[in-house]
Design a protein around this ligand. Structure first.
Ligand code: 7TS
Length: 412
């Protein structure tokens, strides 16, 4: 972690903003360690949804009445907040989608269909979530393109030396995650992007696991596309951001046709709307986009640095304590990681551990985490994954350790 000065926040006050945490599961205090799947939502996000539906629910852009104008302003305010959050140069570069899956499918379909030719190559990595694999496979089949895969080293880092060898004049697209959902590895995306640009390829960064944890500066990264999942950033489900460089988005054909994305429609032909609306066909997820602004506000208020410090300490503590347990093997030990720790216990199925932990009120995720090719390369069926967020505590990690210890005693 490149954090020079330790910054802190009031953990008790932060936890108070997440009412869901204050409950018992199976008679035990809830410990929520499934944040890489989706984070919990603070009161200001929940209240924003209620205020929207109680006060100004209305369809946006087309209406001239007061409610429609209020809803439109709130929706567009989130676009500005998202632009600031990732330091995009233009608000037109912020496209609202339903999530990272939708964003990647949009780019694969639209950019891929327009610019890929037979024999062209798409480079992805062995660390990718299925949603950064399958859309590329679909377009590769259609366009007779070829997918190449950056191998993963034993500690969960990408093999950058092999990546350099994969790049060639045939490479048209490189699609990698900023951070791995299964192992937590933070990838050297600046280097990956620079190398790809050297080969004249465009780069899509899947930032699903970065948005709540890492500084994002799309201009400094110089990425061509960047995808965010709002629901992993304390916002409601069903919202994502696709950032794309303006000139690229302008060069791409629409992905979905319908209302909102058009200027003029006639049976002779249709002209398309300007960015960002060209890629926002139909009525969007207005309420959840509006509430996303509150989630960005929450992250900014606590502070990315302070969040990163806290999560770094939780990760160090959890990984050290887990590693000290007999039969436990940590999976994913890259130098730079977000707050995700996967592990396996030799001789015990991850599902059994997950169930035993759930009986103690501890929510972890078990299985392949939608990264089956990664699990195959590691020779694993799956892992147990604990992922930490701003509201988690060391006391909760102690409960996890106690739960894993008891499970091992019981099942071994
Ligand atoms: N990319 C990465 C790296 C992810 O972690 C996820 C979701 C996605 C893409 C897809 O995001 P979505 O919001 O469109 O579904 N990851 C997980 C996970 O690790 N457990 O549940 C969802």
């Amino acid at each position: 972690m490149e954090l020079a000065v330790k910054s802190t926040f009031d953990l008790v006050k932060v936890r108070e903003q997440f009412p869901i945490l204050d409950q018992s599961i199976n008679g035990k205090k809830l410990v929520y360690f499934d944040n890489a799947a989706t984070s919990q939502k603070p009161l200001r996000v929940i209240n924003s949804l209620t205020e929207y539906y109680r006060g100004y629910n209305s369809n946006i852009h087309r209406g001239i009445h007061t409610l429609a104008e209020k809803a439109t302003k709130a929706f567009e305010d989130t676009r500005d907040a998202a632009k600031e959050f990732i330091n995009a140069a233009n608000r037109e570069e912020i496209i609202f989608t339903s999530g990272v899956t939708a964003s990647i499918n949009l780019v694969a379909s639209s950019y891929g269909r327009a610019f890929l030719n037979e024999g062209d190559e798409i480079i992805i990595s062995g660390l990718e979530h299925h949603s950064n694999i399958v859309p590329w496979q679909l377009i590769a089949i259609e366009k007779k393109a070829v997918i190449k895969v950056i191998p993963v080293l034993e500690n969960g880092e990408l093999d950058v030396v092999s990546y350099k060898k994969l790049l060639s004049v045939k490479t048209k697209i490189v699609a990698v995650n900023h951070a791995s959902n299964s192992l937590g590895t933070i990838n050297p995306i600046k280097e990956i992007i620079e190398l790809a640009h050297g080969a004249n390829a465009v780069v899509l960064v899947d930032g699903a696991q970065a948005g709540a944890h890492l500084e994002i500066d799309v201009q400094a990264f110089d990425c061509d596309f960047y995808c965010l999942a709002a629901h992993k950033m304390y916002a409601p489900t069903g919202v994502g951001v696709l950032y794309g460089k303006k000139e690229l988005l302008e060069s791409m054909p629409p992905f979905m046709g319908g209302g909102e994305m058009i200027k003029d429609v006639s049976f002779k032909g249709t002209t398309f709307n300007d960015l960002p609306y060209k890629f926002e066909a139909g009525t969007p997820n207005i309420a959840d986009v509006v509430a996303f602004k509150e989630a960005i506000g929450f992250i900014n208020e606590v502070g990315k640095d302070a969040i990163a410090w806290h999560e770094y300490e939780l990760l160090q503590y959890a990984s050290q304590r887990l590693a000290s347990l007999d039969f436990v093997r940590l999976i994913g030990t890259a130098k730079e990681k977000v707050s995700v720790q996967s592990f396996v216990v030799d001789g015990i199925h991850p599902f059994d551990i997950g169930q035993m932990l759930d009986a103690r009120g501890i929510a972890v995720r078990t299985g392949h985490h939608c990264t089956q090719p990664l699990m195959d390369s590691l020779g694993l069926e799956g892992t147990v994954r604990a992922s930490f967020a701003v509201y988690n505590t060391k006391d909760e990690i102690d409960l996890l350790i106690e739960g894993v210890e008891r499970t091992i005693k019981f099942l071994k």
